[in-house]
Write a protein that binds this ligand. Sequence first.
Ligand SMILES: NC(=O)c1ccc[n+]([C@@H]2O[C@H](COP(=O)([O-])OP(=O)(O)OC[C@H]3O[C@@H](n4cnc5c(N)ncnc54)[C@H](OP(=O)(O)O)[C@@H]3O)[C@@H](O)[C@H]2O)c1
Length: 275
Amino acid sequence: MILVTGATGNAGGALVRTLAGAGEPVRALVRREVDLPADLHLGDLNDPESVAGALGGVRGVFLLSGYDRMDETLAAVSRAGVEHVVLLSASAAEAADLGNPISKYHVESEALVRESGVPWTILRPRTFMSNTLRWADQIRAGNVVRDTFPGVAVATVDPLDIAAVAAASLLEKGRHDGQVYGLTGPEALRPADRVRILGAALGRELRFEGLTDAEAREQLLAGMPEAYAEVFLGFFARGELDESVVLPTVEQVTGRPPRTFEEWAAASTEAFRQS
Ligand SMILES: NC(=O)c1ccc[n+]([C@@H]2O[C@H](COP(=O)([O-])OP(=O)(O)OC[C@H]3O[C@@H](n4cnc5c(N)ncnc54)[C@H](OP(=O)(O)O)[C@@H]3O)[C@@H](O)[C@H]2O)c1
């Protein structure tokens, strides 16, 4: 049995379906009743006791980064005799300045996992292809997508590939212990490239308009605390994080190339369709 946290999200949801498809029993830690091919356990990652209650019969745990009292959660995981933990960290753990709040919580979570005594694998995905879903309202409303950081190319990764690497790490006993896997897709794309590819998948001529850095700051501030907005401006407007390099990891672990943005777009058209 594998316990998947974040099971209603992009990465965790893909992992639940991947494991279930492979015939592996899955328990999902969820905050509400949902429809998933898994044994549901109501709990909260900020509440280690609730995670501990989900660990009966569990041999592997997929854990999200950055929650409260993670040392207590990991102590419970160790006590329960879990054989392997996969931590979903991020490339932010490789940033030049690790003092920013996002890098900090990933680095601290990674350290706790390394110190837990439970065999581990750390995943550091680049920006998810599924973040493109935030364009859905604009694409339903018209043919122009306006967004931040027009000049920044990112080797975005499909959550299905994160799930494939996580599943391999959890199921192939011993093979991925102590590995830190940077995960990318097969090519670095700018937002305008992704808009064009999405347009082709939808049979529409979509156009991208980049926001200035001042407009980007305003947009980020509308959706997150100022400290986090500053981190993203640092990463992408001031170039403090490079997510453009394509890494061989997905292919090395899964034996097949990473999924393309074309494949993600073709599988995701429903989310962008005008009614
Ligand atoms: N998106 C990216 O580009 C990116 C890149 C690198 C790393 N990451 C890392 O990957 C993580 C997951 O990304 P995602 O796109 O899959 O996120 P997502 O789709 O927003 O999913 C987040 C998941 O976490 C769950 N969750 C949130 N707070 C929780 C809590 N207190 N207790 C238990 N579950 C909780 C949510 O459950 P509910 O449905 O109950 O809210 C949801 O299942 C991010 O948090 C980040 O650390 C993301």
